[in-house]
Design a protein around this ligand. Structure first.
Ligand SMILES: Nc1ncnc2c1ncn2[C@@H]1O[C@H](COP(=O)(O)OP(=O)(O)OP(=O)(O)O)[C@@H](O)[C@H]1O
Ligand SMILES: [Mg+2]
Length: 514
């Protein structure tokens, strides 16, 4: 096999400890997903690092969350330390060289990397509900909110927009309910409280514009290496739900945006999902099913998803079954649950007659793993006990200065660093309220003068009516058609919607399809 078509993972050992053979991950199966598991300190992050290095070197862009900051070392050239050289020798890695990899640092909070944002509209009702841990009635209201905004072409960009829309919904609950379904004021109020909490937790940084463009995490550097996007996630991890929702959103964006490519020679992007258990921890069944579906389907878009977690039991069976490339580090087996995890992990491998899988898992050394990858026509290889290769880049965190220097010469420098606040729901609703008030005042005057019929407030027709919007006429339901001013507002809204430039169709995880 052509050496450039595979990624070197390490050297496997015979039961007598002698070197057996080189273990690879074939790039053409890189989109068949993977799993890196193991107890703390067993070598998961370094395994992620060498996989990311290998993909980058093959020209494949990588996205990875950096939970503890220790993945950042991938941006710096490694140093020929003794234990690294020894390991290289032990596994027969003759041409061990040190190098740095092209990294773009990202950070939702904009402190340790470029800002990454999305809009409320792009996140969609399903993930937003998950983010807020919404109850069923609350989720119903959130769905209605999106429906109202989508139909009116009212951009929901940030939390402020969403709050404004909720206020509007609460004020006009009765009238809107007849059009869109029940809007309970209690649910609206509880969503508003949840939004406040989110805001305090820093989610406000995450919602807004400029929103992350997928193309910016799919770059290659001048030397042909895939850019490695490293998301600073240490602070983010203090809000695990935000962390998990963000990564899910990204996954769903990739899924909705990328074209079908079938099975490419190498992946278009590899996505590492560290602390993957957070994705599934008390997630509603419907969400787990959708994630399972996205993971299954994203493969044909050329995206490989690699879950990194301590325990294989953290990943639902239906997802686990799709993860073709496996690196299993040591697990402890003291408690029954741990023993079960060891057994599960062992049972998922194609057994090797030379050793007992379950026993090996409890005996693996640091940076040693049971490895099985897809080979031939896509069947899993026989599991091998493998000493993972030493990385070419630095192990461990970089300094703040080193990080800043990389940020300062990043290919996306200046693109995301400033907030952009264009006209959206907040401004539109404020303008609408003012115009309604003005119109009401004008009308009152007119009514006084003419003593004409028609009373009550005016409900803006949200994109459903397109006939002549002249004078106010009474409606079946008792409320009035929109006023001229509101019609004008609506056309403004439509223009803005066109500027957004996409049909409001939502995908599997509820994010916008383009
Ligand atoms: N392939 C390897 N080559 C050389 N050293 C390694 C390798 N894998 C692990 N090590 C050594 O083991 C240490 C711990 O590994 P690592 O940080 O990857 O563990 P971890 O499983 O990610 O731990 P945690 O769960 O705490 O994040 C590394 O700092 C490094 O010194
Ligand atoms: Mg780690």
């Amino acid at each position: 096999m052509d050496d450039t078509a595979k990624l070197f993972i390490g050297g496997s050992r015979n039961p007598d400890d002698s070197l057996n053979k080189a273990e690879y991950l074939e790039l053409k199966f890189g989109n068949r997903h993977g799993l890196v598991t193991g107890a703390t300190g067993t070598g998961k992050t370094v395994s992620l690092q060498i996989l990311a290095e290998g993909f980058s070197k093959a020209g494949v862009p990588v996205f990875a969350a950096d939970i503890k900051g220790d993945l950042s070392g991938i941006a710096m050239k490694g140093e020929p330390k003794d234990f690294l050289l020894k390991r290289a020798e032990a596994i027969g890695l003759a041409d061990y060289e040190f190098e740095q990899f092209p990294v773009i640092f990202w950070d939702l909070f904009g402190e340790k990397g470029h800002r990454v944002r999305t809009t409320i509209a792009e996140m969609g009702p399903l993930l937003l509900s998950r983010l807020m841990d919404a109850s069923e009635p609350q989720e119903g209201v959130i769905n209605i909110a999106f429906k109202i905004a989508d139909e009116a072409g009212m951009p929901l960009l940030d939390l402020k927009d969403f709050t404004a829309l909720l206020n509007y919904m609460a004020e006009n609950a009765n009238a809107l309910s007849s059009q869109f379904g029940l809007i309970s004021k209690t649910s609206v109020a509880s969503i508003q409280r949840a939004l406040l909490v989110l805001e305090q937790q820093g989610a406000e940084h995450f919602f807004g514009e400029p929103a992350l463009k997928i193309s910016d995490i799919m770059r290659t550097a001048n030397n042909g290496y895939g850019q490695i996007s490293v998301l600073a996630a240490d602070k983010l991890m203090m809000n695990p739900r935000l962390y998990a929702t963000f990564l899910l959103w990204l996954l769903s964006e990739l899924f909705e945006e990328l074209p079908e490519v079938g099975d490419p020679d190498k992946p278009k992007l590899v996505f590492f999902f560290d602390e993957a258990h957070l994705l599934f921890d008390d997630a509603p069944k419907v969400l787990i099913e959708r994630v399972e579906q996205v993971v299954r389907l994203i493969r044909s878009k050329g995206v490989g998803v690699y879950f990194v977690t301590q325990n294989p039991l953290d990943v639902p069976e239906s997802v686990l079954a799709q993860l073709g490339n496996r690196v299993q580090h040591a697990l402890r087996a003291y408690t029954p649950r741990e023993q079960k995890a060891v057994k599960t992990a062992a049972d998922t491998f194609r057994p090797n007659p030379a050793f007992d899988c379950a026993e090996a898992i409890t005996n693996l050394g640091t940076g040693e793993a049971l490895v099985s990858t897809l080979e031939g026509k896509g069947a899993p290889s026989i599991v091998e006990r493998t000493l993972v290769r030493p990385p070419a880049s630095r192990i461990g965190a970089i300094t703040d200065q080193e990080r800043q220097a990389i940020i300062d010469k990043s290919p996306v420098l200046g693109v995301y660093d400033e907030d952009l606040d264009r006209e959206s729901a907040f401004e539109m609703l404020a303008a609408r309220a003012k115009q309604a008030a003005d119109a009401a005042a004008a009308k009152e005057k007119k009514d006084d003068a003419e003593a004409s019929a028609g009373s009550g407030w005016t409900l803006p027709g949200f994109g459903t009516d397109d006939d002549n919007r002249g004078a106010a006429k009474p409606r079946r339901s008792g409320y009035q058609r929109e006023t001229v001013v509101e019609a004008a507002m609506k056309s403004v809204a439509r223009t803005v919607a066109t500027q957004v430039g996409r049909a409001l169709v939502r995908g599997i995880l509820g994010s916008l399809k383009r």
